[in-house]
Design a protein around this ligand. Sequence first.
Ligand code: UGA
Length: 455
Amino acid sequence: MRRLEVGIVGTGYVGLVTGACLAHLGHSVVCVDIDREKVESLSRGEVPIYEPGLEEVVGGALRQERISFTTDLPATVERVDVLFIAVSTPPGEDGAADLSNVASVAREIGASLARRGEKSPLVVVNKSTVPVGSGDYVSMLIEEGAEGRDVSYYVVSNPEFLREGSAVYDTLFPDRIVIGTDSREASEAMRELYAPIIEQSFPTSYDPRPKAAVPFIVTDLASAEMIKYAANAFLATKISFINEVAAICDLVGADVTNVAHGIGLDSRIGSRFLSAGIGWGGSCFPKDVSALRSIAREYDYESTILDAVVAVNDRQLKQVVSKLQRELHTLKGKRVALLGLTFKPNTDDMREAPSLKIARTLDSLGARVVGYDPVATGPASEAVPQMKVVTDPYAALSGAHAAVVVTEWDEVRNLDPKQVAGLMAAPKLVVDGRNVLDPASVEERGLLYRGFGRG
Ligand code: UGA
C-alpha cells in the first residue's frame, strides 16, 4: 500500500472518524479545524464525542504519529495529496442545506493552491452532504479563491454512509465506497487511498472479518451526490412505511413486530430498518430528507412520497401523547418519565432527538416530565430546562404515572419490570416507543403496556 498524505477539514463526526480510520489504515493524516481549543484537546487524544471505539483509534494513530491536528489550512493544502472537506451543512430555514462552511473552505483552498508548486493536482474530496451540483460549485469557489492564478486540482464526491454509534465499524467495514468524478487520475487516487478497505487488508481485531472485498463504485459527480440523499431518504421511507403499517396493525389487532419479521425475510425487502416506533430523528435523516425535497422543489417538483414520509414521522410523535392521554386522561400534574433521551442509543447526540419534542409537548400539557439518559444528561437539560434530568432510571420512574421508552439503550431495555412496578404510581403505564420490551412479562408485573402497532 502507498502511504498518502491526507488532509481533513472539519473535525466533526464525519471528519474525525474518517481521519482516524485513514490513519489506522496507514496513511499520514492531518485534521484541520478553526476551533483552536478543539485542535489542542484532540492533539492530547481527547475525543469530544461519545462514539464507541473512536478514542482508541485516535489514540493509536497519535502514538504512531500518523495523525495530527492543526488550524493551518493553507499549510495543509500545500502538503497533502488528498484533501477532504467534512464541514457541516446544516439545514437553512427553507430546509435547503446551508453551504456557507463548504464555501469558505473551498475559497481558502483556492487561495492556497497556487503555492503547491510542482506537486500533482490536489484531489479535493467532498464528504459533507451537499446538494446535487455542489461539486461544480466547489470548483467555482476554488477558482474564485485562486483569483486567476493557475491551480491544479480535481473535485471528487465521496458520500458518507456511517451511522452514529457504529461510526468506526461502518468506516472500516462499509457496504460500498462511492466516488463521483469524471477524472481517471482522481478515481485512481481514491482507489489507492481506500485500497486497504477495498481489499480488507488492514489490521483488525475482528476475527473473522465481517466483510470480504468491498465494492468500489465510480460514478459521475451528480450521481454520487444523489446516492447519498437517495440512500438516507429510502431508509427514512422504510421506517415511515413500517410505522404506517404499525398504525394499521393497532386498528386490526395485528403485531407489527411479527409483520416486520415476516416481510423482512423477503430478500427484496430486507429485515433492517423495519423497527416501528416513535420514528426517525438525528442529524441526518431530517436534514437530508428536507434537503432532497427542497432540491426537487427548485425544479418545481413536489415529492409526494417524501412529503408523506415526513408527515408519518410527525404523526408518530403525536401518537405518544395520545397513547398517554388515552390511559391517563388529563396530563396535568401527572409525572411522566422519558427513558433514553438521545436520538438513538450509543451516541450522545441530541440533535433532532424525538425526546425533546415529546418533553416540550408534555410540559405544555401540564405534565411533570423527568428524563433519564445514560450519557446525555447535560445537553438534555440545557435543551429542555423544564425537564428534570436524572442519571438513575429508577429515580426517574419513582412516583411516575407513566414511562415512555424513547431510546432503546441497553440500560432501558434491561430495567427490572418488578422493581419498576414497585416504584410507579397507578396506572403504571409503559409506552414502549421502540417496541423493545416483552409485553407479556411487563404486564405480568402489573404494568400497563402500550407499544406501537402491537395490537
Ligand atoms: C444515518 C444513516 O443510517 C447512515 O447511513 C448515514 O451515513 C447517516 O445517517 C448520515 O447521513 O450521516 P444515523 O443518523 O447515525 O445514520 O442513524 P440511524 O441508525 O440510521 O438512525 C436514524 C433514525 O432512525 C434514529 O432516530 C433511529 O432511532 C431511527 N430508526 C432506525 C427507526 O426508527 N427504526 C429503524 O428500524 C431504524
